[in-house]
Design a protein around this ligand. Structure first.
Ligand code: SER
Length: 605
């Protein structure tokens, strides 16, 4: 089965069960300052999981692009990835545990669908703790299914929160117990009688989350009014499993990239463990970097936020390229081209932004080479006998010189760097910066919704004002809102003049004083587009969208769209009237990346 067939099968199955297909959201979350990336399918759906009405319905299905960096040290094994696709089905206050589990079982095992060997499946449920009770309901549903199918009950495990709890995606938000499904990737006649979490041959393929709670900023859990179902099936893993591969990198989602790396390094995949690991890391990291840069938000390698992650991914890939003996310069783009080829028909933005992806990879390679050269000069200044863990950390900290390369060079003189000491220094430093960023992110979205909602509406007014002042070519590239401030990125190639900044600010304040009602309407994408609403229009499924309009009303109480100040496709929520926003103030206008400007603004009461 190809990846396209698997994706389609999943969507078809759930469409047959009355779910509407919706498009993947961006990899860069809108308006959520607590995370850098969309880490799961639930992420873009958080407002709906908290009770907002979704315009397309309360049964949805999708394939969502995701980036996870917390598993980055595991990348290099057969199944962990930085970029991956998650297939999902969603019940927004509609069905719950019974239907969710029945759907999962049917899709996995029915001969009409994936037809997986039932005897190779195992599951786990939440065993309960002080926050929430043992999930007996889920256990019983599985027990009945397993008994009907003669599967040993010992293949249903009860596990703690660490294993069987999901969410929230950021610091606060919807979450709950989950039930995970595993496939035995070992030999068919050696399936263990019971499920064991420590055995890597049990590969997690699907997770049904039963979202019953909302985690609040003080760490407590409140029950959601209507519980939801959020499921996530890992496309890469399932594709491997159904094609009888024990390694995701042997599927078509990676094989083109691996072949290219074999060609560049003149080595073969599948012979030596260390070589395989490096090849996997390169394939994974370059694919992830390409998908982030290609995501329409204009992210490029830098020293902050998402840009920093991209930089690290590319540099780590280059380091592993060195280990494989790749000598050529500007080679990462060749691997990226293979990644773009895999996804170009699914995620059109990759083909559209191909030029920028390849160019940024070249630039980053160039910069890294210069970093290495500079680091090398510094390395040589230190007497070789003094190359210890601390010196290695200083080289890394001050010059970006990777520890692995310090080790390599020290090795040439027979010196072993104290890696533990290095890690200690690094940890000390990371702890410091983590505390700093925890402070920065204090608050989050869910706990101070009034302030963030106001800033969210202000962001709409700002975009509308920028388009009036700078021209219609201005489009939004991203936004990030805390309860204190708004950060807004937009496509525009020049620095704004003080006059333009003042004019923009005045226009937003004018719209606030005008006290426009902010009206939410549900429209088809076509209708939204024809009305001139701002937003992303590359939906594949023609789903319905919400449009928030800030304008005076016509006699029949609907927004007067001919004179609307702002109209935007958006999930919300927003304030009811612009008048309550207070005074809008732009604090800073600066460059964010090539062709993208960034505004920081606040509302004063
Ligand atoms: N949010 C859950 C996960 O990421 C299921 O989609 O595993």
């Amino acid at each position: 089965m190809t990846a396209n067939e698997l994706r389609q099968k999943y969507l078809n199955f759930f469409q047959e069960k009355n779910h509407a297909a919706i498009s993947s959201a961006s990899l860069i979350p809108e308006n959520d300052p607590t995370v850098l990336f969309t880490t799961a399918g639930m992420h873009p759906l958080v407002p709906y999981l908290l009770g907002e009405k979704h315009p397309t319905g309360n049964r949805l299905t999708n394939s969502q692009k995701c980036i996870r960096t917390d598993d980055i040290d595991e990348v290099g094994d057969a199944t962990h990835h930085t970029f991956f696709e998650m297939m999902g089905n969603w019940s927004l206050g509609d069905y719950f545990k019974k239907e969710a589990i029945d759907f999962s079982w049917e899709f996995l095992t029915s001969s009409k669908w994936l037809n997986l060997d039932k005897n190779r499946l195992a599951v786990s449920v939440f065993k309960g703790d002080e926050d929430a009770p043992y999930d007996e309901e889920a256990y019983k549903i599985w027990q009945e299914i397993f008994s009907k199918n003669n599967i040993p009950e010992a293949r249903i495990a009860k596990l703690p929160k660490k294993n069987n709890w999901w969410g929230p995606a950021g610091l606060t938000g919807p979450c709950g117990p989950d039930s995970e499904m595993f496939y035995w990737a070992g030999e068919a006649d050696k399936v263990p009688a019971s499920f064991n979490d420590d055995n890597d041959l049990w590969v997690e393929i699907w997770n049904d989350v039963f979202m019953q709670y909302n985690k609040l900023a003080d760490g407590s859990f409140e029950l959601l009014k209507k519980p939801n179902v959020d499921t996530g099936l890992g496309l890469e893993r399932v594709l491997a499993v159904i094609n009888g591969k024990s390694d995701n990198y042997q599927t078509e989602l990676f094989s083109g990239l691996i072949n290219k790396i074999e060609e560049l390094s003149n080595k073969k995949y599948g012979i030596d463990k260390e070589t395989d690991k490096s090849m996997r890391i390169i394939a994974d990291h370059i694919k992830a970097a390409a998908c982030i840069i290609g995501d329409d938000k204009g992210i490029t390698p830098s020293n902050t936020d998402q840009g920093y992650v991209v930089r690290r991914l590319i540099r780590r890939a280059i380091r592993h390229g060195r280990q494989l003996g790749i000598e050529k310069k500007y080679w990462t783009k060749e691997v990226a081209e293979m990644a773009i080829a895999v996804y170009k028909n699914i995620y059109n933005e990759l083909e559209k932004n191909k030029h920028s992806i390849l160019e940024n990879l070249d630039k980053e390679e160039e910069k890294f080479i210069r970093t290495l050269e500079k680091g090398l000069i510094e390395f040589k200044k230190i007497s070789i006998a003094d190359i210890n863990g601390e010196a290695a950390f200083n080289l890394y900290q001050s010059y970006g010189f990777p520890i692995e390369i310090t080790e390599e060079l020290a090795q040439e003189s027979g010196i072993k760097v104290d890696r533990k000491r290095f890690e200690e220094e690094l940890k000390k430093h990371q702890d410091l910066s983590r505390t700093a960023s925890a402070g920065k992110f204090k608050g989050g979205l869910a706990d101070s919704s009034e302030e963030t909602t106001k800033l969210h509406t202000a962001a709409h007014l700002l975009l509308a004002a920028l388009r009036k002042v700078l021209g219609e070519q201005v489009t939004q590239k991203g936004s990030n809102i805390t309860s204190e401030r708004l950060r807004f990125d937009f496509a525009y190639s020049e620095k704004m003049t003080p006059e333009q900044i003042k004019e923009t600010e005045d226009l937003v304040n004018w719209a606030i004083i005008a006290n426009f009602p902010v009206v939410c309407e549900e429209l088809s994408l076509e209708e939204a587009k024809n009305r001139g609403a701002m937003g992303v229009f590359d939906s594949k499924y023609g789903e319905r969208v919400k449009v928030y309009t800030a304008s005076k009303l016509t006699a029949d109480g609907t927004p007067d769209i001919n004179s609307a100040f702002s109209q935007e496709i958006c999930g919300g929520p927003h304030v009811d009237n612009t008048g309550i926003l207070g005074k809008f103030k732009i604090q800073k206008e600066e460059s964010s990346s090539a062709g993208v400007r960034r505004i920081k603004a606040i509302l004063q009461n």
